[in-house]
Design a binder for this molecule. Structure first.
Ligand code: SF4
Length: 443
């Protein structure tokens, strides 16, 4: 870099854990090239926004955020970079719509960021305002050899694969994150050991469909077992598997390895076979329920969570009733329930009509949320009177006088800190005396 001063960078991350993990890679790469990170946006020479494209409201949040940056940029020199899925999906149209953007970089081009940003800063010093774009997708990039800059905490995210080959018709990920690639298990294990020596107690392995993980003779069951065997790591989680190919070896590993958490996030998306077929999910409702039975039989205390989309193209009342019935039958511990939101470039956007009125989508979401809230409450109340091992994460969001942690099944437990304070990263036992649909209350 030939800049007059050391540039300060502020990064803001929206969306999923994969984006959190990518922001850690970006921090690492930029720090190696002499950039300095600041938590204070007001001091930054560069503001990076790592974006999500999964739903329309994710886009809207980012547009609102860019408006704030526009006001800041009017007051002083500032380089604005937009990273991630929204940059990749909308490409130059995003920069045309939002002229304050200087740099656009997609999820596979972060190695180019130091050069792109240095050029943008130099241009700005010289009064030039050219835009820098890096939006190629790669079939190989896994950011091998870059140790993420994680700071400190309880949980370390480790990306084990990138991209997705499934092309579910509603999903933008194959277009924003490209084809599926698995990382070398040796580099995953190196990261796990590094996270352990830095004091992280839990690792969450990330991939769009971890069941497809393959590297030489390694599959995901072998990988997660090896990560769980890492000294100093007490819990290992993962997200997400696809219900179409959930291997028995993985169910067995979760059931038997004491450090692999008994929690599976198993996206259902819809309960109607017709809608599942339109979505390209390649399983039927009956096959999904058979998998749930197989998992519950092998891992009796497993916590099962899911994702559901309401109001996908042509979803009738009857289709919706099939989803509502599945929710009752599967008895999920919790569910993320969303309105369908058409995404540019997807198969659904090209082939189907987004014809369910927004009002109907909203009513279906509200109905399912209410059903799931009742089921979650019933399931959470089963823990009352039980002692639960909790990994302490910090203060409760709603009150600094309460501590907060997670059970092995990823259920939130809060307690009054006046009864004893524990540091984040500690394992403690809490006796559950009450439960809501969101939280267990312990003492
Ligand atoms: S499995 Fe389907 S929903 Fe999941 S990332 Fe791939 S295309 Fe998207």
């Amino acid at each position: 870099m030939m800049l007059k001063t050391i540039p300060h960078v502020h990064i803001e991350t929206f969306g999923c854990q994969m984006n959190e993990s990518d922001s850690e890679l970006v921090r690492s790469m930029l720090k190696q090239e002499g950039f300095v990170f600041t938590e204070d946006r007001e001091r930054a020479d560069v503001v990076l926004v790592n974006t999500c494209a999964i739903r329309e409201n994710a886009h809207n949040k980012i547009y609102a955020h860019l408006s704030e940056l526009r006001a800041l940029k009017k007051q002083r020199p500032l380089v604005v970079g937009v990273l991630g899925c929204m940059a990749q999906n909308l490409k130059s149209a995003l920069a045309e719509k939002e002229p304050l953007i200087d740099v656009l970089a997609g999820p596979d081009t972060y190695r180019q960021l130091p050069t792109l940003l240095a050029t943008a800063l130099e241009d700005q010093e010289q009064g030039l305002f050219q835009k820098g774009f890096a939006l190629d997708l790669s079939e190989y990039e896994t950011y091998e050899g870059i140790m993420p800059d994680r700071g400190c905490g309880v949980n370390a995210w480790i990306t084990v694969m990138r991209g997705c080959d499934n092309f579910c018709s509603f999903c933008v990920v194959p277009y924003t994150r490209g084809r599926e690639r698995s990382r070398d298990p040796r580099s995953v294990l190196l990261e796990a050991r590094d996270a352990s020596t830095r004091g992280f107690r839990q690792i969450t392995l990330l991939g769009q469909n971890v069941n497809s993980y393959r590297h030489e003779d390694w599959d995901f069951a072998k990988l997660i077992t090896a990560v769980a065997d890492t000294a100093g790591i007490d819990r290992v989680r993962f997200t997400s598997p696809h219900p179409k190919d959930f291997p028995s070896a993985l169910i067995e590993a979760i059931a038997t390895h004491p450090k692999i958490c008994k929690h599976i996030h198993l996206p259902l998306q819809a309960g109607s076979d017709r809608i599942l077929e339109l979505m390209g999910r390649t399983y039927s409702g009956a096959e999904y329920l058979a998998l749930v039975d197989r998992i519950r039989h092998t891992i009796p205390h497993v916590v099962l969570t899911t994702d559901i989309i309401c109001g996908f193209c042509s979803e009738s009342d009857e289709d919706f009733r099939a989803t509502a019935l599945m929710v009752e039958q599967a008895q999920f511990d919790s569910a993320y329930i969303f309105k369908y939101s058409e995404r540019k470039h997807t198969i659904a956007a090209r082939k189907y009509t987004d014809d369910v009125p927004d009002r109907v989508k909203g009513m279906r979401v509200a109905q399912l949320v209410e059903t799931q809230r009742r089921i979650t409450l019933e399931r959470n109340r089963r823990y009352i009177g039980k002692a639960m091992e909790v990994l302490v994460e910090g203060d409760a969001t709603r009150s600094p006088t309460q501590g907060m942690g997670k059970t092995d099944g990823n259920i939130t437990v809060v307690w009054d800190k006046s009864t004893g304070h524990s540091q984040p990263g500690a394992f403690i036992t809490k006796h559950v005396f009450d439960a809501s649909a969101a939280t267990l209350y312990g003492k």
